[in-house]
Write a protein that binds this ligand. Structure first.
Ligand SMILES: Cc1cc2nc3c(=O)[nH]c(=O)nc-3n(C[C@H](O)[C@H](O)[C@H](O)COP(=O)(O)OP(=O)(O)OC[C@H]3O[C@@H](n4cnc5c(N)ncnc54)[C@H](O)[C@@H]3O)c2cc1C
Length: 477
């Protein structure tokens, strides 16, 4: 391979590691960038290397321990064949160049080919009291357990919907935390309706049933089809109020000191957006996603997207999609696809991905986020916590006719303009705008990404040197 060609992978989760493995097998040495200190991504996240706590893989990853171990071992074996850059945040992307921050230093990384395997984040929908100390996303609640060996509280309620809801409840209870209740906004009948699709991957379906059965057998209260009314407390979380069904007039309060809440996941697409990739609205994921071909090629030559960062499909699909994107990249470089054990052909990867896609549709049916919950949001409820914008401010701006598109709403109110860049509040702002203007989500626009995509420190000293030039050849690709 010519030196001018630099292949970069963002993300060392299941998709990124399998992409790297496939490239290395074909003789390519990629740069692998990850903001985490250790590889594994979200599902196979590892505790700190010099950790204050020790838990076996069996305990940390449960049924997924073998898969976690396989991925960790693969990556460990790759280290001498790749340029691995942990603790490195890719905070901006443009033609042929990523801007990264590592150990407080800005380093510009040129690329001729880029695989974005940046995974997903929690889909956050607000409710009154969601900004109280003691409220975490479900993902964050799990990260606390996996990476820090601690629970978010002594008496925890897990609320929202999605497979992670039951998994986190199970992991918390197994680890000895007290789970006061699991409050699922999705009604049970949806889960029954979705069963035939979920049964397309029997082992995963069975695991889901096991978690629910285990929770029930251990006396953990599970309520389905609930409406979350408010999280209450003076200084910290003290309780959560919920109603049995939409429209029911009586509510119940459960005492707790922490709440983990989430409504599924959404892909982290900001780097693809900054790179200029074309997007399309995806009804299943309820968001705008990069347009990709079956190999993960985006509309920008040399940029590929794989794993949950392309569309939410889970860890097994992420491994397949990572391999598939690497094969597409190798094809585009004119390099023969690697053959051998653990190196499936593109066609078989695509077949398996299609099978998982049916299962994924079942998950969305079973755990759809609540429709029209924005109608219940009081005017004084904070929607954008970075800029302290409440629902009333957004409604007034929309009703006054100032904004009927999400980027205009952002410009007028500053919603989504703060540290999170809309990663937390964007979904809520879009829902509110769609509801207020009586249009579907896809008709109110797409929140455009802006660098830095995640918070970075501002200090001139950081940006003085170490900025490598983009090679001419890389720009031409
Ligand atoms: C918080 C959370 C917890 C989850 N827990 C589970 C679980 O327990 N079980 C389960 O089945 N599924 C879980 N999922 C879903 C599961 O993680 C994914 O299906 C799977 O890990 C996807 O693999 P991936 O390689 O696409 O992405 P990920 O595993 O998310 O890996 C993406 C990697 O990219 C890195 N990255 C992202 N953006 C940047 C950037 N800008 N710069 C540098 N690095 C970056 C991240 O640090 C991460 O290591 C979870 C998802 C989330 C968000």
């Amino acid at each position: 391979m010519s030196d001018a060609r630099q292949v970069v992978i963002v993300g060392a989760g299941p998709a990124g590691v399998r992409a790297a493995q496939t490239l290395v097998a074909a003789g390519v040495r990629p740069v692998v960038i990850d903001e985490n200190a250790r590889w594994g991504g979200q599902i196979y996240r590892q505790p700190p290397a010099n950790g204050g706590f020790e838990r076996s893989k069996r305990v940390l990853y449960g049924f997924e321990a073998q898969k976690a171990d396989a991925l960790h071992t693969t990556m460990a074996a790759l280290l001498t064949h790749i340029d691995y850059r942990p603790d490195t945040l890719a905070w901006a992307c443009e033609a042929g160049r990523l801007d990264t921050l590592a150990a407080g230093r800005e380093i510009s990384v040129p690329f001729s080919h880029l695989i974005i395997a940046s995974g997903a984040t929690d889909r956050v929908l607000p409710l009154p009291g969601w900004t109280l100390p003691g409220v975490f996303t479900l993902g964050a609640a799990q990260v606390a357990l996996k990476a820090q060996g601690c629970a978010i509280g002594r008496q925890v309620v897990l609320a929202g919907t999605g497979p992670l809801l039951y998994l986190v409840a199970y992991q918390y209870a197994k680890a000895g935390a007290r789970v006061a209740a699991v409050l699922d906004t999705s009604p049970f009948f949806r889960q029954v309706v979705a069963a035939p699709k979920l049964a397309r991957i029997p082992s995963t379906f069975a695991k889901g049933l096991y978690y629910v059965g285990w929770l029930k057998a251990h006396g953990i209260r599970i309520e389905r089809g609930v409406t979350l009314v408010a999280i209450q407390g003076e200084q910290n979380v003290e309780s959560i109020e919920w109603r049995a069904s939409v429209g029911s007039s009586t509510s119940e309060t459960i005492r707790c000191d922490a709440v983990g809440v989430g409504f599924g996941l959404k892909p982290e697409t900001q780097l693809a957006d900054l790179a200029g990739c074309r997007f399309r609205f995806d009804a299943l994921n309820r968001c705008w996603l990069p347009e990709l071909d079956s190999g993960g090629r985006s509309s920008v030559r040399g940029i590929y997207v794989a794993g949950d960062g392309a569309c939410i499909a889970g860890a097994d699909a992420a491994e397949l999609a990572g391999r598939r994107a690497a094969l597409a990249l190798l094809d585009d470089l004119g390099i023969r696809n690697p053959r051998g054990p653990g190196m499936p052909a593109a066609a078989s990867l695509e077949r398996e991905l299609q099978r998982i896609a049916v299962f994924r549709a079942g998950i969305e049916t079973a755990f759809a986020p609540p429709a029209h919950c924005d109608a219940q949001w009081p005017d004084d409820m904070t929607v954008c916590r970075c800029e302290e914008i409440d629902a009333g401010t957004l409604r007034r701006c929309i009703r006054d006719g100032e904004a009927n598109e999400i980027n205009r709403l952002k410009a007028f109110t500053r919603v989504g303009m703060g540290r999170c860049q809309g990663r937390m509040c964007g979904e809520a702002a879009l829902q509110l705008l769609a509801h207020e203007t009586g249009r579907p989500l896809e008709a109110v626009g797409r929140l455009r990404s802006q660098p830095p995509i995640k918070p970075i420190p501002l200090s001139p000293a950081l940006y003085a040197d170490d900025v490598a030039e983009v090679p001419e050849e890389a720009r031409d690709e």
